[in-house]
Design a protein around this ligand. Structure first.
Ligand code: C2E
Ligand code: MG
Ligand code: MG
Ligand code: MG
Length: 283
């Protein structure tokens, strides 16, 4: 076909596309080496109890300190890691690092905080995930109740029967399970009620609209009542201002995360924050 177009054939060559392909290849090469080179790190975003205002946990969020690109956010490399299978060793590293960290906090006699780890679809599908989690818990000595694993709707609704079984295997270890980005996928309520899930995390996109948009607000109140009716806690993500927080408090949301309280921060900063919290009032 290129030949037939004669002298215009060069128009098939798209330099921009070529650049993108090359960039992806380069990123993939870098990604393969990044674990060995210890270029990954975790930031921790506090989870706050709405009623008491206390920090009760955090979510571990991975970042990549790339030698030339600087700090790369997960959305720029997790999909590639997922595609290439690199997510499996990376996910294991994140789990181990987060548990190690949480164990250290406990030793430092800080108030008990749980740590949440995001699982990827591929990681969840791997048959040996419960073994990995059990190994990491044994190795780090972290109390299983302090580990929370975040799954997304699409991961579990893909094959709900199999996912339900995998979730039970994880629950047997004593860990908590959360459904992340809830409301953005296609959850069947029929399965949802049978899943051993502890928390529903209401997606940020719904929280954003809560104050100005009555339909956004009613989605949030509905999700909170679904969670409570199923015996689950409701967690709001992406809370950016006081109006949103006040609304969530008024409808009985249990926990929140968001820039309003704190962005994801390095471990040392999170420790400092916990220490500030435990100071007696007035100090
Ligand atoms: P997520 O699990 O839903 O995490 C919440 C994301 O929202 C984080 O982005 C967080 O920084 C951001 N966020 C929190 N509060 C606010 C807020 O008030 N306003 C706004 N605009 N954003 C807020 P981040 O760290 O870039 O992570 C993006 C996604 O990457 C995560 O979404 C998660 O799906 C994925 N991810 C992060 N770490 C890991 C990991 O270790 N493994 C896997 N499989 N996925 C991960
Ligand atoms: Mg998450
Ligand atoms: Mg989320
Ligand atoms: Mg989200």
């Amino acid at each position: 076909r290129a030949k037939k177009d004669g002298r215009n054939s060069f128009s098939f060559y798209d330099p921009e596309m070529n650049l993108r392909v090359q960039e992806t290849l380069e990123l993939e090469t870098d990604l393969r080496q990044a674990l060995d080179r210890e270029e990954f790190l975790l930031h921790y975003q506090p989870k706050v109890d709405l009623a008491s205002g206390a920090v009760i946990g955090c979510e571990a969020l991975v970042r990549w300190r790339h030698p030339r690109r600087g700090l790369v956010p997960p959305n720029d490399f997790i999909p590639l890691a997922e595609e290439t299978g690199l997510i499996v060793p990376l996910g294991a590293w994140v789990l181990r690092e987060a548990c190690r960290q949480a164990r250290r906090w406990k030793e430092a006699e800080l108030p008990p905080v749980s740590v949440a780890v995001n699982l990827s679809a591929r990681q969840f599908r791997q048959g040996d995930l419960p073994e990995l989690v059990a190994d990491v818990l044994a190795e780090t000595g972290l109390d299983p109740h302090l580990l929370d694993l975040e799954l997304t709707e699409s991961m579990v609704m893909d094959n709900p029967v199999k996912a339900g079984r995998a979730m039970l295997d994880l629950k047997k270890l004593g860990v908590s399970l959360s459904l992340d980005d809830f409301g953005t996928g296609y959850s069947s309520l029929n399965y949802l009620r049978r899943f051993p899930v502890d928390c529903l995390k209401i997606d940020r996109s719904f929280i954003r609209d809560v104050v100005d948009d009555p339909s956004g607000a009613s989605v949030v109140t509905s999700v909170i009542s679904i969670a409570h009716n199923l015996g689950m806690a409701a967690v709001a993500e992406g809370v950016e201002n006081e109006d949103q927080l006040r609304f969530l408090a008024s409808c009985g949301c249990d926990t929140y995360q968001g820039y309003f309280f704190s962005k994801p921060i390095p471990a040392e900063e999170f420790v400092a924050l916990l220490q500030r919290e435990t100071l007696p009032a007035g100090e």
